[in-house]
Design a binder for this molecule. Structure first.
Ligand code: ATR
Length: 280
């Protein structure tokens, strides 16, 4: 990639950012499509966030991804926020054309699952009620799931999130409960948004064991390190259908790429770059 006077800059803001997989993934896409863009990462302290956004506008930066700890705070400095991102209450993508914020994390999970099945009219169980669950749950509602069941260790958090999703009017059936009481008998899709199974604690009890799963169940784990988590191992044991966390990273990136450039993201190239970077 040749950086020239005309090169467009996009990037990531967060704190820290040095281990991000996004630069190799997006730069591989720009190279493949021979686009005059570069993706880089900026470590921004929380107290500098407003200046960072104003400065980026002044520098004619085209787009940002936003990661921890700025996803909520950054919304204050934007002109417009996408409807679902507003419901989620967090933004991970900024398009500087109109200073508009989006949340592509949830879309990333839906697209990952839609490689194997449509989410429309399905019964979906989501484990966890934190930020990732929130992003995914509102998108599941938007994409037309029939019943959404949010399970969490702290049940009150699951109840609160399910009430918020119900209030959006995007879905009629939202339930909540304790993660240890998981029943997958009527579920079509199970989504794990908790860190259970994440490196270095890979050999823990999974949030669901194979004896709870059936063959038609799709099991998506948002954990991507390791690639095959203890939950996905259980899914394979049950002859269920595993969906790997790396796919969510891939599709959230692809969605951001399309927002900034208006071009279709080269999924295969981005996936190769991601796989190599994460050494999967
Ligand atoms: P993220 O942004 O990744 O969603 P988060 O907002 O901190 O992170 O949310 C983490 C979620 O994983 C929470 O739902 C948390 O459950 P509690 O609300 O009960 O804390 C869940 N979680 C974390 N560790 C867990 C564990 N060991 N077992 C079950 N759930 C766990």
């Amino acid at each position: 990639m040749e950086i020239k006077g005309s090169t467009n800059v996009v990037g990531l803001i967060g704190h820290p950012v040095e281990h991000s997989f996004s630069p190799p993934m997006h730069n591989a896409a720009f190279k493949k499509l021979d686009m005059d863009y570069v993706y880089t990462a900026f470590d921004v302290n929380p107290q500098d966030l407003e200046n960072a956004i104003k400065g980026a506008e002044a520098l004619n930066i085209k787009g940002f991804n936003v990661t921890i700890p700025h996803k909520i705070e950054v919304m204050k400095y934007l002109n417009e926020i996408d409807e679902v991102a507003k419901l989620i209450g967090a933004v991970n993508t900024i398009d500087f054309k109109d200073l508009k914020g989006y949340n592509t994390d949830g879309i990333g999970a839906i697209k990952a699952i839609e490689e194997v099945t449509s989410v429309k009219n399905k019964n979906v169980v989501v484990a966890g009620a934190g930020g990732a669950s929130r992003a995914i749950s509102f998108y599941l509602a938007k994409y037309g799931v029939d019943t959404l069941t949010i399970l969490n260790r702290n049940v009150e958090k699951a109840q609160k999130l399910s009430e918020d999703v119900l209030k959006s009017g995007l879905i009629d059936n939202v339930e909540s409960g304790q993660i240890n009481d998981m029943d997958l008998g009527d579920a079509d899709i199970l989504i794990n948004t908790t860190p259970v199974g994440m490196h270095p604690n890979v050999d823990v009890d999974p949030i669901a064991s194979s004896d709870k799963m059936h063959e038609d169940l799709v099991v998506f784990d948002a954990v991507y390190n390791p690639n095959e988590t203890v939950l996905l191992k259980e899914a394979i044991k049950a002859d269920a259908i595993p969906v790997y966390g790396i796919k969510m990273l891939l599709y959230q990136g692809a969605e951001s790429f399309e927002i900034w450039t208006g071009k279709k993201a080269p999924i295969d190239v981005m996936e190769d770059a991601l796989t190599k970077y994460l050494r999967l």
